[in-house]
Design a protein around this ligand. Structure first.
Ligand SMILES: [Zn+2]
Length: 406
């Protein structure tokens, strides 16, 4: 089990007031851990912008500006997302313009795709397209994307999970309503999707777990394909009281049946306690519990989020860099806990994971000790995700896990 992650030998906490006190003889990682946030985030920002340029060079220019994979997960929309995030941090309109051009290419490539979600489908292209157009001031283009979004039809046999299913479409609706304006997608449309998700979950639910779902014949628990991701999308929209109770009941079931270690099974009945990923395991569940603590104000969800965060600190220094199943994604758990609790210990933990990546990831990858990801430049599996994290360290109180936290 230990070979999936590096033992976390970093100090549990270094207060910001003790920053800049590491001795000159300390190793480079220790010196980074002692840097004040502003100094560190400036360095991370420089690193992020260099990575962003590499991602553009390798995955856009290097492919002749052609889109083979349009998804946010491993493809061109991930580059557009990263460019948009860079623009939000630096105000560099060149990045905004390139993001817009890439999204237009993605729209052509996604036409006719049966994928409908934010992360893997057409909804992501139209939703991010509309938001980026809104920022460029091109309201005609913004309206074009919104009208294309409204044309998306959900096949009746669609699963419910986040990457390919209804929850992933619902999240795109919430993203548009937050970033373009309330009711950009009507409540009639979102309500119809919520009704379907609730109906489907109740069919498979049981007395102590009101909502349950299946994808590829497995009852997944995690953020990417399972109940954590579906509950997360539901909590972004207005629920009826009985639906909210079912969401709470389902989350309580997960807390009650988590592993003794505090980690969460990847699927119902799976007793292998090994995955500490956003997609499967404690990190994705932690983000969902943070959301639940905010929406339902429940102490039990706050405690569950804190417990899951401890698992991520102890076992989440993965031998991969991305946000789906890598250190970058796991660092977002601490940013989310920091935003919820205001405790500087969580900001430190996010800094620590970011410092580890900044100090060591490129070397460890070149030595083959860390895995580069199957799509090494992508947002979810590769260094694109690391750049996203580094950019988010500029304003930790505003950081959001891409395509998961609104
Ligand atoms: Zn993953």
């Amino acid at each position: 089990m230990a070979d999936r992650f590096f033992p976390n030998e970093m100090p549990d906490y270094i207060p910001e007031t003790h920053s800049a006190s590491a001795s000159a003889s300390a190793d480079s990682l220790t010196r980074l851990l002692h840097l004040p946030l502003k100094t560190l985030s400036d360095r991370l920002n420089t690193d992020a912008l260099a990575i962003k340029d590499t991602v553009v060079k390798e995955s856009w220019l290097g492919l002749g500006k052609r889109v083979r994979d349009f998804s946010l997960y491993t493809g061109a929309m991930g580059i557009a997302f990263l460019l948009f995030k860079a623009y939000q941090v630096t105000g560099d309109k060149t990045d905004l313009a390139l993001s817009s051009r890439i999204i237009q290419a993605c729209q052509a490539a996604s036409r006719g795709s049966r994928r409908v979600t934010f992360i893997c489908g057409e909804a992501g292209v139209c939703a991010l397209g509309a938001v980026v157009a809104h920022h460029t001031g091109d309201e005609n283009l913004c309206q074009h994307y919104i009208s294309q979004f409204k044309e998306i039809k959900l096949p009746p046999d669609l699963p419910d999970e986040l990457l390919y299913g209804r929850a992933g479409f619902l999240w795109a609706c919430s993203f548009l309503n937050k970033h373009v304006g309330p009711n950009t997608v009507s409540s009639t449309r979102t309500r119809a999707v919520v009704d379907e998700i609730i109906r489907s979950g109740r069919q498979m639910g049981k007395e102590n777990c009101p909502l349950m779902y299946q994808w590829h014949e497995k009852r997944y628990w995690g953020a990417a394909h399972g109940i954590a991701g579906i509950m997360n999308a539901l909590m972004d929209v207005e629920l009826k009281p009985d639906e909210a109770e079912d969401v709470k009941g389902t989350l309580r079931y997960m807390i009650k049946h988590r592993f003794p270690s505090g980690n969460y099974p990847s699927s119902e009945g799976n007793e292998t306690d090994k995955l500490i990923h956003w997609c499967h395991g404690a990190p994705g569940v932690a983000l969902t519990m943070v959301k639940a603590a905010k929406v339902f104000q429940g102490e039990e969800f706050l405690q569950a989020a804190i417990d899951a965060g401890d698992v991520v600190w102890n076992r989440g220094l993965l031998k991969r860099v991305g946000i789906c199943h890598g250190i970058s994604g796991n660092a977002y758990v601490f940013l989310s806990l920091y935003q919820l609790t205001g405790k500087p210990e969580y900001l430190y933990r996010a800094k620590a994971f970011a410092c580890f990546l900044h100090d060591r990831a490129q070397t460890l990858m070149s030595e083959g000790i860390m895995h580069k990801g199957d799509r090494p430049y992508s947002l979810f599996e590769g260094i694109g995700g690391m750049a996203s994290l580094f950019l988010d360290m500029t304003e930790p109180s505003q950081a959001k896990f891409p395509a998961y936290e609104l």
